[in-house]
Design a protein around this ligand. Sequence first.
Ligand code: ADP
Length: 449
Amino acid sequence: MTASAPILSLRHVCHEYGSGTHRDLVLSDVNLDISANDVVALLGPSGCGKSTLMRVLTGLITPTKGKVFHHGLALHGIAPGVAMVFQNFALFPWLTVRGNVLLAVEHLPAAERDAKVERILATVGLDAYESTYPRELSGGMKQRVGIARALVASPEVLCLDEPFSALDVLTAETLRNELARLLADKTNPLRTMILVTHNIVEAVELATRIVVLAANPGRVDQIVANPLPYPRDPKSPAFAAAVENLHRILTHTTLPDTHTAAGDAGKVIIPVDETHHRIAPVIIPAVNAGEVLGLLAMLPAEAIDIFDIAERLGRDFGSVVNLLKASELLELVQTPGQNVIITEFGRQVLAASTLDQKKLLREKILKLKIFELLTRLINVQEDKVLADDTLLAELQALLPHEKPRVIFRTLVNWGRFAEIIQHDQRRHQMRLYERKKPRVLAGPGAGKG
Ligand code: ADP
C-alpha cells in the first residue's frame, strides 16, 4: 500500500457490455484519480455510463480493458472500505430498520456492533424507527436506511448512485445537507464520496470535483474543480455562477453542434451493395416520435432555455437533450446556444391535423440517411420483406459504437409513426407501408362495353 497514492485510480479503462457480435462500448479510455477529501460527482446525460463507471470504481464490475488501482495496488474484486448506496434503496423487506443496518456489520462482536448501529441510526435521524419495517417508511426514510447501512461499516469511500432521484425535492435537500454535515464532521471517518447524478445543482452542492462525462461511448469530457466552501448556499452568486458554468459545459458536451451532424446527412453513403463502402449514417436519437410532438406542443412562441424545458417537463437534462436533438434533426426547432426556438416548419407541423403531421414529418424523415438505408435494405430483399435480424446486423456493422437494438427500436417507431414501414412484431419483419390507392369512383361509362 502506498500512503500517497490516490484511494482509487482508473487507467485507460474501457468497458463493453454484451458478447460476440452484440457488444456495446460503454466506457472509452477513462482515466481518473480519487483521493482522500475528494467529493466527486459523475455528471452527464442518461446512458452515458455514469453507473457503469461507479461500478468499475467499486470493483462490482471488472472493466474489459484498462486497470483499476486501490491505494496503488491492482484491484481484484470489490474494493475494501468502499460502500455503495443504490437509487432503489435495496432494503430487505422482512428485516426491520435495525436489522437492515445490522447486516453490514454482522461480523463484529455484539457490543461493538450494537454501539455502531445505534450511533449511525442517530446520525441519520432514524433512532425512533429502529423497529420499523421498510414498507412502513417513506422514500426519504428508506434512503436514510440505505445510507445508514453503507455508513455503519465506517467506509473510507461512500458511493451514491443517484441516491436522491426517487425522492421529493425537500427530502432530497435534507438528505444532501446531512451528507454535507457528515463530511464536515471530523469525528466521522468518512472523507470521500463519489456521487452519480444528472442534477447540476446537486453536483455543485456536494462535490469538490465534477467529472463531466460525454456519451457514445462514455468518456471524461472535463473535470471541473468546485472549491466553494461548505456549507454551500444555493442562493449565493458564487453558487449560481458554478451552476451556470456547468450548464454551459454540459450543453456543449451533449449538444456538440447538431448542425454539423445534420450536415453529415449530405454525404454519399451506405451502398448496401457489393462495394461495402459504408459511411456511418446520422444516428437518430432514441426518442419516440410522439414525444417529439409532445415537446413541440409545450414550446412557447419565444426562445426558451433548455434547462427551463427540463424543469417544465419534469425530465432530466439528458433525455430533454435527446428530444431536442431529434427535433432539430427534423428541422422542427433550432438550438442556438442554450436556447430553443421553434422553426417555421415546426409551427406548421404543430398547426396541422394528425394526418398532415404524419405527412410533413414523413418527408423529413425520409431524407435522413438512416431511413434511406432502411428503405434501400427493404427494396433489395427479394420479397421486399426485411427480417428484423438482417436490419440489426446491418446496424451493428454500420454503427459499431452504437447500440443496434436502441437504434432499431427508434427506427421502427419513427417509421411506423410516419407510415413509412409496416412492422410485423410476431414475424419479426417489416415491409414498406402500402398506401391504399384512392378509390376510383365509377363514372357514367363504367361497366359498359
Ligand atoms: P448512466 O448511469 O449514465 O445512465 P449506465 O452506466 O447505466 O449509464 O449505462 C450506460 C449504457 O450501458 C446504457 O446504454 C445502458 O443501457 C447500458 N447498460 C448498462 N448496464 C448494462 C448491462 N448490464 N448490460 C448491457 N448494457 C448495459
